[in-house]
Design a protein. Structure first.
Lengths: 63, 203
């Protein structure tokens, strides 16, 4: 899957969900299952996620 | 029964047909079916094989209808010797299955290389990943094994914490039946994202 799911973490950061292609679920089903209840989330293209992880813990979620 | 039956004579009496060699009867047929010389019914009147021992190799696979092979007829215990043989296992110790596993690259664009019963992983930050399970474990008392490649250019091992988080400070993480969490560092307490992270879950 060339998509990712992002949601804000409790400490102001952002979590990125990486789907397993072999699981047989759609990205929407994975979001429904793996995003913590009550959290807003967005489905984004993988190209929108930075590949440089040097400052990974400083990434932020914007609605 | 394969081969040719040669007998000295065929005798009929008392509502049965007997196949004899000399005075020795080696099979009889009557209204109930076909019987051995010891009186064991081999084939019933309706054609069903009953008391006969059928040599498995004598039955062509194509002659067995798929619908006739039921779970009940194939039922084996988890530790059946045939299963152990198939898995190259020996001894009397039981076999316990890996219920979920994943191999992923945590560098650059994090990606799952291969997995089983895993819906996704969550990148919580450097060195901190949640493993999301597709079909839930029966409870939260499963065992997690995890391994990771060393930090590039540093000759130190990966120290992996299961059911712990590093983002926001090292802390315990309560597993659920559908998720567990791992975090890691090298032995200088430096967090890093490994090229290879492998997690297996047993229950």
């Amino acid at each position: 899957m060339n998509q990712r799911i992002i949601y804000p973490t409790g400490d102001g950061g952002v979590a990125v969900i990486v789907p397993a292609a072999e699981c047989g679920l759609t990205i929407e089903q994975i979001a429904a299952k793996d995003v913590p209840a009550g959290k807003p989330f967005k489905i984004v293209d993988v190209a929108d996620i930075p590949t440089d992880r040097t400052f990974r813990n400083a990434w932020e979620y914007t609605a | 029964m394969a081969g040719t039956i040669i007998c000295d004579f065929i005798r009929t009496d008392a509502n049965k047909l007997s196949l004899n060699v000399g005075n020795t009867t080696f099979a009889t047929i009557n209204a109930s079916g076909f019987f051995s010389n010891t009186g064991t019914q081999l084939i019933a009147a309706n054609g069903a094989i009953s008391g006969a021992s059928v040599i498995a190799s004598s039955i062509p696979t194509a002659a067995i209808a798929d619908a006739s092979i039921t779970n009940a007829k194939l039922s084996l215990s988890a530790n059946d010797s045939n299963i152990k043989t198939a898995l190259n296992a020996s001894g009397s110790a039981g076999i316990y299955a890996c219920r979920a596993w994943v191999n992923f690259n945590a560098t650059g664009t994090i990606a799952i290389r291969a997995s089983g019963n895993i819906s996704s992983i969550t990148d919580n930050g450097t060195s901190d990943y949640t493993i999301n399970i597709t079909t839930a474990m029966p409870d939260i008392n499963y065992a997690i094994t995890a391994s990771a490649s060393v930090r590039a250019g540093v000759r130190t091992g990966a120290i992996i914490g299961i059911n712990s988080s590093v983002v926001g400070g090292w802390a315990d993480f309560a597993p659920t039946t559908t998720a567990c969490r791992i975090s890691l560092s090298d032995d200088t307490s430096t967090n890093y994202d490994p090229t290879h992270v492998c997690v297996s879950i047993f229950r």
